[in-house]
Design a protein around this ligand. Structure first.
Ligand code: MN
Length: 356
């Protein structure tokens, strides 16, 4: 093995902290069936959906079949995997793209149905699961109401937004009822990857770069930055967004994003880009949490802890999309303080998702 991939240390079977995995995917069997029908009907204008679910809903390989079984479980199979990999709790969310490929009215009805199902699944294992509410982003008043219903009536701990919705990004204020509700409810919105929007996916597809290899990060990082520079956080200064995959690389770009946005926002070069109340740097530190999903490797995790803060970096596995049991042992062994390790695996998630 090369030095970049050190041998995985054995997982500590009884560490002095709980391990809470914060970006874990679930797909109801009914939604899997809907995806299969849409894949055949080919009415949806989103090439990324066909690329991703065309493979994973096909059942054509052992990998696709195992994934399909795991992602639909809210019971024994999932809990056995959690026990086998040392995960005490999962924060569950409807898998990408969730209901966001359907027309806004249908998506609203489906979000409600699946949030009810998720809450029922959580109620059967309340010591193992909490969850996030799905909603229809292009139906913003309904999305706000569904988030509120999910939090107040179903006990969900925030919302899940799978990046673009049929090519639409939420930096336009006409969609901000959702964010207003999230701030008022004091719950986070997890800005989770989707495949690149129809406008940007073409150059990714021929080399298979549209999904987790790179496209997810480009798409989701772009969406996050559109929110930052739109002034969203000036309007809702307490709003908290969560980014996976060590922040979709945005923390690495922090200096240049901040420097260059500070420049273009005062030159008048772009008609819709003006100065914000704070620096881009400040929003990315104070309005975002970050998780390690899909990155079972200490250097970028420690980097986010260093530049953003130990209190804003949380563990996630990205089960079952990237179910790598060995990463838990590698991250148990990170060369950081015991307090930073407990913050990463447990304390931050308890605070952000109100897990008692
Ligand atoms: Mn994920």
């Amino acid at each position: 093995m090369s030095e970049r991939y050190p041998a995985m240390p054995a997982r500590n079977p009884a560490p002095p902290y709980k391990r809470i995995a914060t970006e874990e995917a679930w797909l109801p069997p009914e939604l899997m069936d809907r995806y299969k029908k849409e894949l055949e009907a080919k009415n949806i204008q989103d090439p990324g959906f066909y690329s991703l679910w065309g493979f994973f809903a096909s059942g054509s390989t052992p990998k696709a079949r195992a994934h399909s079984s795991r992602i639909q479980s809210l019971g024994e199979e999932r809990i056995a995997d959690m026990d086998g990999s040392g995960i005490d709790m999962q924060v569950l969310a409807l898998s990408s793209p969730g209901v966001q490929i359907f027309d806004p009215v249908e998506a609203s009805a489906l979000a409600r149905e699946y949030n009810d199902q998720l809450a029922e699944g959580i109620a059967r294992h309340p010591d193992r699961f909490v969850g996030l509410a799905a909603f229809s982003p292009l139906d913003p008043d309904n999305a706000a109401k569904e988030l509120e219903r999910g939090v107040k009536q179903l006990g969900l701990r925030g919302g899940i937004l799978n990046s673009h919705t049929l090519g639409t990004y939420l930096d336009d204020p006409k969609y901000w009822a959702l964010f207003e509700a999230a701030e008022a409810l004091d719950v986070p919105i997890y800005l989770h990857p989707n495949t690149p929007s129809p406008q940007m996916i073409d150059p990714f597809l021929p080399r298979g770069l549209d999904a987790a290899v790179y496209g997810f990060a480009c798409e989701t990082g772009l969406h996050a930055l559109r929110l930052v520079v739109s002034g969203l956080f000036d309007r809702f200064p307490k709003l908290q967004i969560i980014l996976g995959h060590c922040g979709e690389a945005l923390p690495y770009w922090l200096y240049r994003i901040d420097f260059m946005h500070g420049h273009i926002s005062v030159t008048g070069r772009y008609p819709n880009v003006g100065p914000l109340k704070r620096r881009a740097w400040d929003y990315l530190c104070d309005n975002f949490y970050y998780t390690s999903s899909g990155v079972g490797w200490a250097p970028p995790i420690q980097y986010v802890q260093d530049v953003i803060g130990v209190d804003r970096m949380m563990y996630a596995m990205d089960y079952p999309w990237q179910f790598v049991a060995d990463e838990v042992g590698a991250l148990d062994a990170m060369n950081i303080s015991d307090a930073a390790r407990k913050a990463f695996f447990e304390d931050n998630a308890r605070r952000v998702f109100k897990i008692t």
